[in-house]
Every structure is written in C-alpha cells, then in structure tokens.
Design a protein around this ligand. Structure first.
Ligand code: GLA
Length: 417
C-alpha cells in the first residue's frame, strides 16, 4: 500500500515535471480566428476588437473553432525613455483588452515588424525584439504576425545594397531573432511570418519556429485576386503539416462585392489548402448567409483534419480545376472549382475519378448541401461560374493492388484456388 502510494507520488511528480518542461504545442491544426485588417485596416480601435470578440461568441463562431482575435497594424504608439512600447490612443489599455478577450475563452493576437516601422508607418520592433517579446508576454499575447515591411529598405537594402543573397540571410536572421525572443519570454505563442513568400519561406520557416508563413502578397476581396493566390499554392502542399502551415492570407469572406458563390469557393479552397482560417469581415454586421459559410462545420473539418495534409491540384480540364486532399482514416476531400466566368466555358465537365486514384462508384457527401451522392468515373457535373462542388468520400473505392509474386515463391493458401 505504502509502496503503491509513493510510486503514485513519483509518477505524479514526473508528470508535473514533464508538464512544465514540455514545449507548448501551438497550431497543431491551422489557426482559426479573426483579424482586424481586411475590414477595419487603419481605423481599428479597442472597441472594435471587443465587439468582434463578443460577436465571435454570440454568432457561434467560437463553438465552430474560431479562437484567435488578432489586432493587425495601427495599434502601436511611441516608446518611452526606457524603450518600452506603448499603444496609441485607439488602444488605451492593452492588458485590459487582452484580459477581456481571454475572459470570453478566446485568445488574442498582435502585429509588428522586424523593421523600424510597420507597413502603415507605426513603431515596430527593430532593436527592441526582446523587450517587445516580453511586453507581449506580460499582456498575455497568444499570436504574433511579424510583417517584413520597412525592414526591406531600412535594413536589408542598406546593409547589403547589391547582394540579394545576403539580404535574404539578413531577413532570415531577423525572423530567427524574434523567434528566440518569443521563446525566451516564455508565453506560448503562435508565430506567423508575413514576408510575402520571399526566398521560398516554406523551406526555412519551420526550422526557425514559424508556425505559418504568408506565401504571397496581399489578398483583397476580388475573385481574380483570390484565384491568383490559389494558383500560387500549387506545389506547396508538401510543406504544410501540424505546427507549420502555408498561409495564403486571411479570409475575405463577406467583404467587398464577392458573390455568394465566390465566398463559398474561397472558403472551400482555403479549407482544402489547410490554410489558417482568419475571418476578416465586419462581424457585428455579418449577414446570415455569410455566417453560415464561415460556420459550416463540415468544411471546417476539412481544414482542421488532424492529418494536416494540404490539398494538391490534381488536374484541370479547360477552366475547371480538381483539387484533392487526403484526410484521417483514409477519407478523401475533392474540390471541383469552375474558375471560368460563365457556366458554359467547360461544359459538360466530366469528372475523371480514375485520375484521382479512385475506381468504381464512390459514395460522397456534398459539404454545402449535405446531400449524399454516388459518383462514377466520367459523370457529368454542372458547376456555376466561380462556384465549387466540395465533396467528402469517407470510404473511397481504390484499385486493388495486385500482389506481385516473387520468382520461386509459393502461392499463399489464401491465393490458391
Ligand atoms: C501588409 C500585410 C497586411 C497587413 C498590412 C498592415 O500589407 O501583408 O496583411 O498586415 O501590412 O499594414
């Protein structure tokens, strides 16, 4: 009895040591939440952040998985005589704001740049990396977006005017420096690189602690831009996985003049890409149809699939693209996207299931209508312009792999007939 008690004490002690020393695992699935930039840009205030946090809870977005409430650029004020950064008048008390967001069961994110100034010309972290990382930790910040901006002209180009390779090394060192400062500050934090995909960031970001990295320039709410960004993701699928994700930029769902089909297609394709799902719309005035896109749990489940395998662009026929994604337990997601501007540009579209490694009939679920459907090779499919057919096949039929008999091998009893 006594031996048992002391044994369990030892196990408990060991468990608590492990709990203290194990590094916090963040972003095991692509981060989900909301960011202020795409809708509010430079006008964002403390009040907008609180109202957005309230809405994330009230609309059911929190229950659907949206957790991070991220303040983008323009919160920064001036540094005091000790170099400590203060927020500006739009954000009177960052600690109180962080506490408010946390009180809703949400997490809070912030924004800075490795250069002297942010993209919008506000104070940034150059020369104050450790100090800023500690400040964020003292506020309880859970996510940092670190945006290259003025570091290009003020540091990279100045230090190595005619040497692009050296400029890239300087850039990587700056991201590494902030990564180390964040780690030393001791508060678990998602580290998001924003340097527009330069120098094949997907190859080096995970090695220096990047949890996600922008793969392109900025998104804006127009179909052509969303489509251009989508095309730039081709071939990047092998770089994504638990803890480290390609970031094709934040969502524009519900912004600008995107049609309902375009909003649906944008959301579907970002889920296929295992992209971070950071909504960027005006939550207090969100229309019901936009809410139902952002909270479609079946589509979110594709994005958040624990395998973390990003979709690949399987093939295109005319203006219709087919993307596939492997999911947990052998399931498959297929997105068939009509990128053309009219329905008849690629009509009829016949899906080549055999080109996707599938054979025979496939029982699929349409993730936007919930309908069950049976797919067959070459079947004709109607997809309106800029719309998507998003399917999940839980038990795909695949070709039987024939056993190759080795020379001299006796047939096994099961194959003897
Ligand atoms: C850059 C980024 C955007 C946004 C703005 C803020 O353009 O790519 O996502 O953060 O800066 O100034």
């Amino acid at each position: 009895m006594r031996i048992f008690a002391s044994l369990s004490l030892a196990v408990l002690a060991l468990a608590s040591v492990t709990a203290i020393s194990a590094p916090a695992q963040v972003a095991q699935t692509p981060p989900m939440g909301w960011n202020s930039w795409n809708y509010f840009a430079g006008k964002v205030t403390d009040k907008d952040i609180r109202a957005s946090a309230d809405q994330i809870v009230a609309t059911g977005m929190k229950d659907a998985g949206y957790i991070y409430v991220n303040i983008d650029d323009t919160w920064e004020g001036q540094r005091d005589a000790n170099g400590v950064l203060h927020s500006n008048d739009k954000f009177p008390d960052m600690k109180a704001l962080a506490d408010y967001v946390h009180s809703k069961g949400l997490k809070i994110g912030i924004y800075s740049s490795p250069g002297p100034k942010t993209c919008a010309g506000y104070e940034a972290s150059y020369g104050h990396e450790e100090q800023d990382a500690q400040l964020y930790a003292s506020w309880g910040i859970d996510y940092l977006k670190y945006d290259l901006c003025s570091f290009i002209g003020d540091v990279m180009v100045k230090q190595a005017p005619n040497d692009k390779a050296e400029q890239m090394r300087i850039m990587i060192a700056a991201y590494d420096k902030m990564g180390k400062a964040l780690k030393a500050a001791g508060h678990p934090i998602v580290y998001s690189f924003c340097q527009y995909g330069w120098d094949s960031v997907w190859e080096w970001a995970p090695g220096i602690g990047g949890n996600l990295w922008r793969t392109t320039g900025d998104i804006y709410p127009a179909w052509d831009r969303i489509y251009t960004i989508l095309e730039q993701q081709t071939g990047l699928n092998t770089y994504a996985g638990p803890g480290h994700w390609n970031d094709p930029d934040m969502l524009e769902v519900g912004n600008g003049k995107l049609s309902l089909a375009e909003n649906r297609a944008h959301f579907s394709m970002w889920a296929m890409l295992a992209a971070p799902l950071l909504a960027g719309n005006d939550l207090p005035h969100m229309k019901p149809e936009i809410k139902s896109i952002l909270t479609n749990r079946d589509v979110i489940a594709i994005d958040q699939d624990p395998l973390g395998k990003q979709a690949r662009h399987a093939y295109s026929t005319g203006e219709v693209e087919v993307w596939t994604r492997e999911l947990k337990d052998g399931a498959v997601a297929i997105a068939i996207l009509n990128v053309g501007s009219d329905l008849y540009s690629t009509h009829p579209f016949r899906v080549a299931l055999n080109a996707l490694g599938l054979t025979g009939l496939q029982q699929a679920t349409n993730l936007w209508t919930g309908e069950k459907t049976v797919l067959s090779n070459g079947m004709a499919i109607e997809i309106p312009s800029h719309d998507v057919l998003l399917l999940r096949i839980d038990q795909p039929n695949r070709p039987q792999i024939k056993q190759i008999k080795m020379v001299g091998e006796k047939p096994s009893p099961a194959t003897q007939k």
